[in-house]
Design a protein around this ligand. Sequence first.
Ligand code: CA
Length: 168
Amino acid sequence: MQGCKQFITLCICPNNKERKQKPKRKKKKLANKEKTFQIPTMIETVFTSQTLTGLISDRKSFESITNDYFKILDLDGDGTLSPSELRKGLNRVVAVESEVASGEETDSVYEAIFERFGENLAPEKFRDLISEILTAMARAFGDSPVIMVVHSDGLIMKAVRHESEKGM
Ligand SMILES: [Ca+2]
């Protein structure tokens, strides 16, 4: 289907009201300096299920994108993603809302993930996981275009940019 080109980013709207500045607190010194994520900008975008499946089927691009995320999420740099590394980072990669789901909800999602993919993910397993999440999203959205507010550096925006670059 060629019609996806039109479903590109509509507008940029930083979602300020949800980003209350937290008062600066002195962090206790941690044994290992943790990498921190930048607060992502939220972007409203329109895409279709093909935006997502298109990225997955472009193996080279998909591999390079998931490898980049893997490196960001692998905080201790040991080459696998531990449960805690995954929990800290996955939300930033695939979540579409800035609000985090309730603890219980998240717990059951992660339990299911660890059960299927194991507890320490190698890059290939991480790629399988991301591929499965995107496929599930694509299936859920069906054929109609979807409007969403997503992280500007998240996976959906990568898929949208990937699609618009290929379509040009
Ligand atoms: Ca690690």
